[in-house]
Design a protein around this ligand. Structure first.
Ligand code: ATP
Length: 258
Protein backbone atom coordinates (compact mmCIF):
# COMPACT_ATOMS: atom_id res chain seq x y z
CA UNK A 1 0.00 0.00 0.00
CA UNK A 2 1.18 3.52 -0.80
CA UNK A 3 1.96 5.71 2.19
CA UNK A 4 0.61 8.86 0.60
CA UNK A 5 -1.37 9.21 -2.59
CA UNK A 6 -2.86 12.20 -4.38
CA UNK A 7 -5.56 11.10 -6.82
CA UNK A 8 -6.65 13.61 -9.47
CA UNK A 9 -6.33 16.50 -7.04
CA UNK A 10 -7.50 19.90 -8.30
CA UNK A 11 -7.54 23.14 -6.32
CA UNK A 12 -9.39 26.20 -7.56
CA UNK A 13 -9.26 29.49 -5.69
CA UNK A 14 -12.32 31.68 -6.17
CA UNK A 15 -11.48 35.16 -7.44
CA UNK A 16 -13.41 38.34 -6.77
CA UNK A 17 -16.66 38.45 -8.74
CA UNK A 18 -16.71 41.10 -11.48
CA UNK A 19 -20.45 41.14 -11.67
CA UNK A 20 -23.27 39.89 -9.50
CA UNK A 21 -24.89 38.31 -12.52
CA UNK A 22 -21.93 36.31 -13.83
CA UNK A 23 -20.50 33.12 -12.29
CA UNK A 24 -17.62 33.78 -9.87
CA UNK A 25 -14.30 33.29 -11.72
CA UNK A 26 -11.70 30.84 -10.35
CA UNK A 27 -7.98 30.43 -10.53
CA UNK A 28 -6.87 26.81 -10.93
CA UNK A 29 -3.72 26.54 -8.78
CA UNK A 30 -3.23 22.80 -9.33
CA UNK A 31 -4.97 20.52 -11.78
CA UNK A 32 -5.50 16.74 -11.77
CA UNK A 33 -2.41 16.00 -9.68
CA UNK A 34 -1.47 12.35 -9.26
CA UNK A 35 1.40 11.70 -6.90
CA UNK A 36 2.44 8.72 -4.81
CA UNK A 37 5.00 8.33 -2.04
CA UNK A 38 6.14 4.97 -0.70
CA UNK A 39 7.51 4.29 2.77
CA UNK A 40 11.11 5.44 2.98
CA UNK A 41 10.99 7.18 -0.41
CA UNK A 42 12.02 10.75 -1.15
CA UNK A 43 10.06 12.42 -3.93
CA UNK A 44 11.18 15.77 -5.28
CA UNK A 45 8.62 18.28 -6.57
CA UNK A 46 10.28 20.87 -8.75
CA UNK A 47 8.70 23.88 -10.39
CA UNK A 48 8.97 27.60 -10.92
CA UNK A 49 7.39 30.23 -8.71
CA UNK A 50 3.59 30.11 -8.87
CA UNK A 51 3.49 26.60 -10.37
CA UNK A 52 1.44 25.23 -7.46
CA UNK A 53 4.06 23.57 -5.23
CA UNK A 54 2.99 25.17 -1.94
CA UNK A 55 -0.66 24.59 -2.77
CA UNK A 56 0.08 20.86 -2.89
CA UNK A 57 1.82 21.07 0.52
CA UNK A 58 -1.14 23.00 1.98
CA UNK A 59 -3.65 20.48 0.60
CA UNK A 60 -1.72 17.56 2.11
CA UNK A 61 -1.56 19.36 5.48
CA UNK A 62 -5.30 20.19 5.25
CA UNK A 63 -4.50 23.90 5.42
CA UNK A 64 -6.68 24.15 2.30
CA UNK A 65 -9.56 22.02 1.10
CA UNK A 66 -9.40 20.16 -2.21
CA UNK A 67 -11.82 21.24 -4.95
CA UNK A 68 -11.91 17.75 -6.48
CA UNK A 69 -9.89 14.57 -6.02
CA UNK A 70 -8.64 12.71 -2.98
CA UNK A 71 -5.57 12.63 -0.75
CA UNK A 72 -5.07 9.26 0.88
CA UNK A 73 -2.75 8.48 3.77
CA UNK A 74 -2.15 4.76 4.40
CA UNK A 75 -5.55 3.97 2.88
CA UNK A 76 -7.47 6.74 4.70
CA UNK A 77 -8.77 9.83 2.85
CA UNK A 78 -7.41 12.75 4.89
CA UNK A 79 -10.06 15.29 3.92
CA UNK A 80 -12.77 13.31 5.70
CA UNK A 81 -14.18 14.62 8.92
CA UNK A 82 -12.95 11.77 11.11
CA UNK A 83 -9.30 12.58 10.29
CA UNK A 84 -8.46 15.08 13.05
CA UNK A 85 -5.59 17.51 12.46
CA UNK A 86 -3.58 16.26 15.43
CA UNK A 87 -3.84 12.70 14.11
CA UNK A 88 -2.72 13.85 10.66
CA UNK A 89 0.24 15.81 12.06
CA UNK A 90 1.40 12.67 13.90
CA UNK A 91 1.94 11.13 10.45
CA UNK A 92 2.92 14.15 8.33
CA UNK A 93 4.99 17.17 9.31
CA UNK A 94 5.76 20.28 7.27
CA UNK A 95 9.00 22.27 7.34
CA UNK A 96 8.64 25.73 5.76
CA UNK A 97 11.22 27.94 4.10
CA UNK A 98 10.83 30.66 6.67
CA UNK A 99 12.20 29.12 9.86
CA UNK A 100 11.78 32.40 11.79
CA UNK A 101 8.00 32.35 11.49
CA UNK A 102 7.75 28.66 12.45
CA UNK A 103 9.71 29.06 15.70
CA UNK A 104 8.09 30.81 18.64
CA UNK A 105 10.29 33.87 19.31
CA UNK A 106 9.77 33.69 23.08
CA UNK A 107 10.57 30.01 23.46
CA UNK A 108 14.08 28.63 23.95
CA UNK A 109 15.21 25.74 21.74
CA UNK A 110 14.71 23.31 24.66
CA UNK A 111 11.03 24.32 24.99
CA UNK A 112 10.53 24.29 21.22
CA UNK A 113 11.68 20.67 21.05
CA UNK A 114 9.96 19.61 24.28
CA UNK A 115 6.55 20.86 23.11
CA UNK A 116 5.87 18.27 20.35
CA UNK A 117 7.43 15.51 22.47
CA UNK A 118 5.01 16.31 25.31
CA UNK A 119 2.03 16.74 22.97
CA UNK A 120 2.42 13.40 21.28
CA UNK A 121 4.16 11.19 23.87
CA UNK A 122 3.78 11.18 27.61
CA UNK A 123 7.41 11.22 28.65
CA UNK A 124 8.90 11.45 32.12
CA UNK A 125 11.58 14.08 32.66
CA UNK A 126 14.56 11.76 32.09
CA UNK A 127 13.04 10.36 28.89
CA UNK A 128 12.16 13.86 27.69
CA UNK A 129 15.75 15.00 28.16
CA UNK A 130 17.08 11.86 26.41
CA UNK A 131 14.71 12.45 23.47
CA UNK A 132 15.83 16.09 23.18
CA UNK A 133 19.48 14.99 23.16
CA UNK A 134 18.70 12.36 20.52
CA UNK A 135 17.03 14.99 18.30
CA UNK A 136 20.01 17.31 18.67
CA UNK A 137 22.32 14.50 17.58
CA UNK A 138 20.16 13.69 14.56
CA UNK A 139 20.24 17.26 13.27
CA UNK A 140 23.85 17.81 14.38
CA UNK A 141 23.19 20.71 16.74
CA UNK A 142 25.27 21.43 19.82
CA UNK A 143 23.52 21.04 23.20
CA UNK A 144 24.79 24.49 24.20
CA UNK A 145 22.13 25.96 21.85
CA UNK A 146 19.25 24.57 23.94
CA UNK A 147 19.14 27.68 26.10
CA UNK A 148 19.04 30.11 23.18
CA UNK A 149 16.07 31.88 21.63
CA UNK A 150 15.52 31.57 17.84
CA UNK A 151 16.87 35.09 17.18
CA UNK A 152 20.19 33.98 18.73
CA UNK A 153 20.64 31.28 16.06
CA UNK A 154 21.95 31.37 12.48
CA UNK A 155 19.60 30.63 9.57
CA UNK A 156 21.06 27.13 9.20
CA UNK A 157 20.75 26.43 12.94
CA UNK A 158 17.13 27.64 12.93
CA UNK A 159 16.33 25.36 10.01
CA UNK A 160 17.90 22.42 11.89
CA UNK A 161 15.70 23.24 14.92
CA UNK A 162 12.64 23.22 12.61
CA UNK A 163 13.70 19.82 11.24
CA UNK A 164 14.30 18.50 14.79
CA UNK A 165 10.85 19.79 15.81
CA UNK A 166 9.29 17.90 12.88
CA UNK A 167 11.27 14.74 13.69
CA UNK A 168 10.20 14.91 17.36
CA UNK A 169 6.74 13.70 16.39
CA UNK A 170 8.26 10.62 14.67
CA UNK A 171 6.21 11.22 11.52
CA UNK A 172 6.19 8.88 8.55
CA UNK A 173 6.46 11.77 6.07
CA UNK A 174 8.08 15.19 6.21
CA UNK A 175 7.22 17.79 3.57
CA UNK A 176 10.01 20.29 3.00
CA UNK A 177 8.60 23.38 1.28
CA UNK A 178 11.62 25.30 -0.04
CA UNK A 179 13.07 24.59 3.41
CA UNK A 180 16.69 25.20 2.52
CA UNK A 181 16.28 27.70 -0.31
CA UNK A 182 17.31 30.71 1.77
CA UNK A 183 20.54 29.12 3.05
CA UNK A 184 23.98 29.50 1.45
CA UNK A 185 25.16 26.63 -0.73
CA UNK A 186 27.46 25.11 1.90
CA UNK A 187 24.67 24.97 4.51
CA UNK A 188 22.29 23.55 1.89
CA UNK A 189 24.69 20.70 1.12
CA UNK A 190 25.21 20.02 4.84
CA UNK A 191 21.46 19.83 5.49
CA UNK A 192 20.83 17.65 2.43
CA UNK A 193 23.52 15.20 3.61
CA UNK A 194 22.00 15.24 7.07
CA UNK A 195 18.49 14.56 5.69
CA UNK A 196 19.85 11.68 3.66
CA UNK A 197 21.36 10.08 6.77
CA UNK A 198 18.16 10.60 8.78
CA UNK A 199 16.13 9.01 5.99
CA UNK A 200 18.39 5.95 5.96
CA UNK A 201 18.28 5.61 9.76
CA UNK A 202 14.57 6.22 10.28
CA UNK A 203 13.02 4.90 7.03
CA UNK A 204 11.11 8.17 6.83
CA UNK A 205 9.60 9.51 3.58
CA UNK A 206 10.13 13.03 2.26
CA UNK A 207 8.29 15.27 -0.17
CA UNK A 208 11.00 17.71 -1.09
CA UNK A 209 9.58 20.85 -2.72
CA UNK A 210 11.99 23.14 -4.52
CA UNK A 211 12.52 25.38 -7.54
CA UNK A 212 16.08 24.10 -7.87
CA UNK A 213 16.67 20.81 -9.69
CA UNK A 214 20.20 20.52 -8.31
CA UNK A 215 19.13 20.07 -4.69
CA UNK A 216 16.93 17.11 -5.66
CA UNK A 217 19.77 15.22 -7.28
CA UNK A 218 21.48 14.10 -4.08
CA UNK A 219 18.41 13.45 -2.00
CA UNK A 220 15.48 12.33 -4.13
CA UNK A 221 14.69 8.86 -5.42
CA UNK A 222 12.20 10.31 -7.87
CA UNK A 223 11.51 13.80 -9.18
CA UNK A 224 8.24 15.21 -10.46
CA UNK A 225 8.14 18.45 -12.41
CA UNK A 226 5.17 20.77 -11.97
CA UNK A 227 4.42 23.46 -14.54
CA UNK A 228 1.45 25.81 -14.42
CA UNK A 229 -0.31 23.60 -11.90
CA UNK A 230 0.18 20.30 -13.72
CA UNK A 231 2.70 17.49 -13.32
CA UNK A 232 4.43 17.43 -16.69
CA UNK A 233 7.26 14.98 -16.05
CA UNK A 234 8.47 12.31 -13.62
CA UNK A 235 11.90 10.71 -13.62
CA UNK A 236 14.34 8.93 -11.35
CA UNK A 237 17.65 9.65 -13.07
CA UNK A 238 19.02 12.89 -14.49
CA UNK A 239 19.15 11.61 -18.04
CA UNK A 240 18.34 14.57 -20.27
CA UNK A 241 17.42 12.28 -23.18
CA UNK A 242 14.34 11.08 -21.35
CA UNK A 243 12.92 14.56 -20.71
CA UNK A 244 9.96 15.26 -22.93
CA UNK A 245 8.61 18.60 -21.65
CA UNK A 246 10.31 21.85 -22.78
CA UNK A 247 10.22 23.24 -19.21
CA UNK A 248 12.14 20.21 -17.87
CA UNK A 249 14.74 20.65 -20.61
CA UNK A 250 15.08 24.30 -19.61
CA UNK A 251 15.46 23.34 -15.94
CA UNK A 252 18.11 20.80 -16.90
CA UNK A 253 20.06 23.32 -19.00
CA UNK A 254 20.15 25.60 -15.99
CA UNK A 255 21.21 22.66 -13.79
CA UNK A 256 24.10 21.76 -16.14
CA UNK A 257 25.26 25.36 -16.39
CA UNK A 258 25.72 25.64 -12.59
N1 ATP B 1 -5.30 31.88 -1.47
C1 ATP B 1 -5.14 32.03 -2.79
N2 ATP B 1 -6.06 32.69 -3.53
C2 ATP B 1 -5.93 32.83 -4.86
N3 ATP B 1 -4.88 32.35 -5.56
C3 ATP B 1 -3.91 31.70 -4.88
C4 ATP B 1 -3.98 31.52 -3.46
N4 ATP B 1 -2.86 30.83 -3.05
C5 ATP B 1 -2.14 30.62 -4.18
N5 ATP B 1 -2.76 31.12 -5.26
C6 ATP B 1 -2.30 31.08 -6.65
O1 ATP B 1 -2.10 29.72 -7.01
C7 ATP B 1 -0.93 29.57 -7.81
C8 ATP B 1 0.02 28.59 -7.18
O2 ATP B 1 0.55 29.16 -5.99
P1 ATP B 1 1.61 28.39 -5.07
O3 ATP B 1 1.84 29.21 -3.86
O4 ATP B 1 1.14 26.99 -4.86
O5 ATP B 1 2.91 28.39 -6.02
P2 ATP B 1 4.39 27.93 -5.71
O6 ATP B 1 4.82 27.03 -6.82
O7 ATP B 1 4.49 27.38 -4.33
O8 ATP B 1 5.18 29.31 -5.81
P3 ATP B 1 6.46 29.84 -4.97
O9 ATP B 1 7.60 28.96 -5.37
O10 ATP B 1 6.61 31.26 -5.44
O11 ATP B 1 6.11 29.74 -3.51
C9 ATP B 1 -0.34 30.97 -7.97
O12 ATP B 1 -0.78 31.50 -9.21
C10 ATP B 1 -0.94 31.74 -6.82
O13 ATP B 1 -1.06 33.12 -7.12
Amino acid sequence: MMLLELRNVTKEYPLRARSLFKPRPCHTAVKQINLQIKKGECVGLVGESGSGKSTIAKLIMKMESVTTGQIILSGHPIHERNMKDLKLYKHIQLVFQDSSSSLHPKMKVRQILAEPLCNYFSLENAMLEASIQELLMLVKLDASLLNRYPHQLSGGQKQRVCIAKALAVKPEIIIFDESIASLDQHSQIEIINMLKLIKQKQKISYLFITHDLKSTQKLCDRVMVIYQGEIVEAFSSMDSHQFSHPYTRLLFQDFEAK
